[in-house]
Unconditional design. Sequence first.
Length: 282
Amino acid sequence: MPATTPSPTEPTPAPNAFPAQALEVLQRELLAIHPRELLGINVDVAAAALVVIGAAPEIRGYRAELVALCGEEMTKSVDRLEIVARAALQAHAAHRTIEGGIEVHRLSTELRKIREGLLAEVRALIARDALPAETILELQGPHGFKNQCVDVLQLVSILKDEWDVLAPETGLTALYLDRAEAAANALATAVGIRNQAARSPAAELRQRAYTLMATTYDDARRMLTFLRWREGDADRIAPSLFRGRGNGRRRKPTQGSDVAPQPAHVEVLSPDLPGAPPFLEG
């Protein structure tokens, strides 16, 4: 029976498309990328990787037509979509683990509750004339890691400075104040460690994995755009990683190109992503 070309609506999985250790398999190739070729990260890496993984099966359904149009060598990018996307996803997960973003948010949530409790107690003491009203005028507010740390430390200091007088007036204990102070210091330390992680080997490996994924997907999208030019459905089959953003390029614009306009070694992250500037979140 003659071999049949897979239908675009029923793509066949590529062999070894889902290696559990994609990052390890591609590590040598990733490390060989010249620093000047590294792309700045201006998207959510995990979300971008999922776009590539989701689009890959349907793109691969057009493989035979792409080979006829562009040649076997150029079409190799289509075969590599899943593995480069999974490598980027694994590198992103490893970076997040090292940078401790989850731990920072846990500590912030805990410290916000401590701040609320201390502030409520200080306000009660002010209402009873045990403290002057201006005591809390310099507080920064509950939003932002820095503000949370500074406010808690300030409230603890206010209470400790007058503890002999205030102890009979409050339900707080000296032990609780010590724990509140320790929680503020723990958050400050975690934020500092997280921000240093932006320059760690894990951060560079994530940038390399993202670069390989983005350029591989870009190549596949450009070929698919040419193949499906008259149908006009390339963007549906292979959505842009930068949908809704500007369409500038690091290199001369090419129809369907997905390379983001970021200089090498520059990582631009939104405030809700790991590695954002210090104390932005909260």
